[in-house]
Write a protein that binds this ligand. Structure first.
Ligand code: NAD
Length: 500
């Protein structure tokens, strides 16, 4: 059985806990590797290596760190096919989607190639008589990232990019379900000229996460995963005095007004609801048509569209989506489908019981579509995270916006319309962090920043963009003067300095 080890100081290092976790091939259902889970000693070792390496990396001038990031970007592009293949083999998403996963992370590396400019401080000449004020953005030291299974390249790179470019040492604790791509990324950073010990990967579960959260040498932790864990991680890390940003789960709504372009809307909703088997925090699993006529037409068009979807293995270029990540997750999604039936929703298409010939043990589910889902249903309130689309009919645009605003999750939301005024009012009012207008998956580009509201985000700074730079640096502000004492006048005051 293949063994997946930590990547510390440029080398693969076996876990010392004696504990392992299986890594599946979701297309066949077979275990393809075992990943070693970190012990407390392993975390100590990773932190010690990072602490030793960080000062020299931080002392490098920012242009030189940027050159490493430029080369890192080039090497990820060089290895795109290889990375995508490994990513698909452990996650199950189709190859084209794995390339998208890597590409969205790569764009953050591209953004942080501008770190000499991004990390520059401010300067005020003559803030007072003979007084100048300037600020610097200094790295925090050793920082950590804890990431989910569903984007094993993009999310580690969201964090690694700004953390490393600004001069921190970064310890990544990726999902134990698809651990190989994170190791490959750390290896490429080294090949790009990154120093030993600056980017370490430790694999593990709650033991590793708790050890990182409690470790006094780790100054900040960035987390992405499900909301209950995000909330727990946020509280434990903050209680230990760390800077925390913790992104959680989602239940994104797509509001369809009667004047929308229905052909485009159906195409957008199918891709956003079923792409990556619905395992995206920016998936669109809830569609909210406004008015019965809109709902009836959309329902018929969606049924026809879903009939054209192909579920297949991740290497099948014709497949629209592949298996879900594990047998356990598949069973959880199936239980939610049953719950939807029991709650009284109208099960239009049932994705359970699907098997792919030749891959009978794979974790596949066909598309499921529910109509007449209501806000009181648990299947509406919870994140299902599978290929399940739920239609909630709204009588008015106000009711549709209120559904998204009142939902406990607030990651993304979209409106489909040709009415600019309606869209503008929606963007201003809706209580959700990322808004799409005729854009089904509004993941902001790398030079803006990513973050949800309510149960989708704990902490205050978003991922990547300028927020990422701010999260991984702290501001030091210097007020200086060079007094001329030749005239013999000595200043003295017992009053707080004020500007007179
Ligand atoms: P998860 O919460 O199970 O795991 C995330 C990380 O937390 C992993 O590294 C895991 O090892 C660790 N972890 C799991 N249980 C833990 C525990 N009890 N104590 C400490 N650490 C623990 O999430 P997942 O299933 O890997 O990913 C899917 C979830 O992530 C979904 O809810 C999805 O919406 C969310 N997600 C959110 C975003 C976002 O940016 N908001 C992006 C991607 C995924």
């Amino acid at each position: 059985m293949r063994q997946i080890d930590h990547f510390l100081n440029g080398q693969t290092v076996p876990a010392t806990s004696g504990r392992t976790s299986p890594v599946y091939d979701p297309c066949t259902g077979a275990i393809q590797a075992q990943v070693g889970l970190a012990s407390l000693d392993d975390i100590e070792q990773a932190v010690a290596l990072a602490q030793a390496a960080q000062p020299a990396w931080a002392a490098l001038n920012p242009q030189r760190r940027a050159r490493v990031m430029f080369e890192f970007k080039r090497l990820i592009e060089r290895d795109m096919d290889k990375l995508a293949f490994v990513l698909s083999a452990e996650h199950g998403k189709v190859i084209a989607d794995s390339k998208g996963d890597i590409q969205r992370g790569l764009e953050v590396i591209e953004f942080v190639c501008g770190v000499p400019h991004l990390q520059k401080g401010d300067y005020t000449e003559g803030a007072g008589p003979g007084i100048d004020v300037y600020s610097m953005r200094q790295p925090l030291g050793v920082v950590a990232g804890i990431t989910p299974f569903n984007f094993p390249a993009m999310i580690p790179l969201w964090m690694a990019g700004p953390a490393l470019a600004t001069g921190n040492a970064f310890i990544l604790k990726p999902s134990e379900r698809d651990p190989s791509v994170p190791n490959m990324l750390a290896e490429l950073f080294l090949e790009a000229g990154g120093p030993l010990g600056v980017f370490n990967v430790v694999h593990g579960d709650k033991v590793a996460v708790d050890a990182l959260l409690d470790h006094p040498a780790i100054k900040a932790v960035s987390f992405v995963g499900s909301s209950d864990i995000a909330n727990y991680v946020y509280q434990r890390g903050a209680a230990a005095g760390k800077r925390m940003q913790c992104m959680g789960g989602a239940k994104n709504h797509g509001i369809v007004l009667p004047d929308a372009d229905f052909d485009q809307v159906v195409s957008d909703i199918l891709g956003a609801a079923y792409g990556s088997a619905g395992e995206r925090c920016m998936a669109l699993p809830v569609v909210v048509p406004v008015g019965e006529k809109t709902a009836d037409e959309l329902r018929e068009r969606l049924i026809r569209g879903i009939a054209g979807l192909k579920v297949g293995v991740s290497t099948d270029p014709q497949a629209h989506y592949g298996p879900v990540v594990s047998a356990q997750h598949k069973a959880r999604i199936e239980a939610y489908i049953q719950m939807g039936v029991d709650e009284g929703a109208d099960l239009v298409l049932d994705g359970r019981g699907f098997t792919l010939p030749g891959h009978e043990e794979g974790f596949f589910l066909a598309p499921t579509f529910f109509d007449r889902v209501t806000p009181a249903m648990k299947t509406y309130q919870d994140e299902i995270f599978g290929p399940v689309l739920q239609m909630v009919r709204a009588a008015s645009v106000e009711e549709a916006i209120a559904l998204a605003s009142d939902h406990p999750y607030g990651n993304g939301v979209a409106m489909f319309t040709r009415n600019g005024a309606a869209a503008r009012a929606f963007a201003a009012q809706v209580q959700v962090g990322m808004v799409g207008i005729n854009v089904p998956i509004p993941v902001p580009v790398a030079y803006h920043s990513f973050g949800g509201w309510k149960r989708s985000g704990f902490g205050d700074l978003n991922q990547y963009g300028m927020d990422g730079i701010r999260f991984f640096t702290r501001t030091k502000t210097v007020t200086q003067r060079w007094p001329d004492t030749a005239d013999g006048v000595i200043d003295q005051s017992f009053v707080i300095p004020t500007m007179r």
